[in-house]
Design a protein around this ligand. Structure first.
Ligand code: GRF
Length: 196
């Protein structure tokens, strides 16, 4: 029986797409549902076109009430009987109330070499710090933002004249290599960090 994966997106969903496209053949997992807080997320349209189930839970009607937003996600997920959640550019902070029951089964990709640059604007911060080495990290999600055990990292070198958007493009290419490779191993029970 394949493991059942839910992928959470807020935007274009290029990482989600890389994960879905890798979940074929002898991969131990398959995409069961794509979840978004944003009906217009490009990733939702793509998932629908592939015939993958989608669930959209708009966070805005919930205002500051994160617990109710998260309860709505939990209710929407129930029919899918998920084994693994992959956050892939999901731009809402999830609280301990949601994260704790999923601990050890929920992954995230972050565009920095964690523990450096948790949060936003990672590429500009790497440039401002004069880093020669930059990249992305896949980690298990804990209640602390962009924290939790590291499952893999991929590196790029920062070149003279690079802008934040140039770094973002090159890191995203590495995200598309790293996340599928980590999920493939994780679904097969391998949690030793993968360093690309
Ligand atoms: C990626 O850089 C991801 O690491 C960050 O948001 C971006 C999402 O891109 N958290 P996409 O939606 O997967 O194309």
């Amino acid at each position: 029986m394949s493991k059942r994966v839910g992928i959470f997106v807020s935007g274009g969903g290029s990482n989600m797409r890389a994960l879905v496209e890798d979940m074929v053949g002898d991969h131990a997992a398959r995409a069961a549902v794509v979840v978004s807080n944003n009906e217009t997320a490009g990733g939702i349209a793509w998932a629908r076109a592939q015939g993958i189930a989608t669930e959209v839970i708009d966070h805005r009607p919930f205002g500051e009430d994160r617990a109710s937003f998260e309860a709505a996600i939990t209710a929407a997920l129930a029919p899918y009987d998920l084994d693994i959640i992959c956050l892939a550019g999901f731009m809402r902070v999830l609280t301990a109330g949601f994260v704790t029951p999923w601990q050890g089964r929920m992954l995230n990709i972050h565009p920095s070499l964690l523990p450096k640059y948790k949060g936003l604007h990672t590429h500009a911060r790497a440039l401002a710090a004069g880093d020669a080495d930059h990249g992305c990290t896949v980690h298990l999600v804990t209640a602390a933002l962009d924290d939790g055990p590291i499952l893999g990292q991929a590196h790029i070198s920062v070149q003279e004249g690079d802008t934040a958007s140039m770094l973002a493009d090159r890191v995203l290419e590495q995200e598309h290599r790293l996340y599928p490779a980590v999920l493939r191993r994780f679904a097969a029970g391998e949690t030793a960090p993968l360093m690309l």
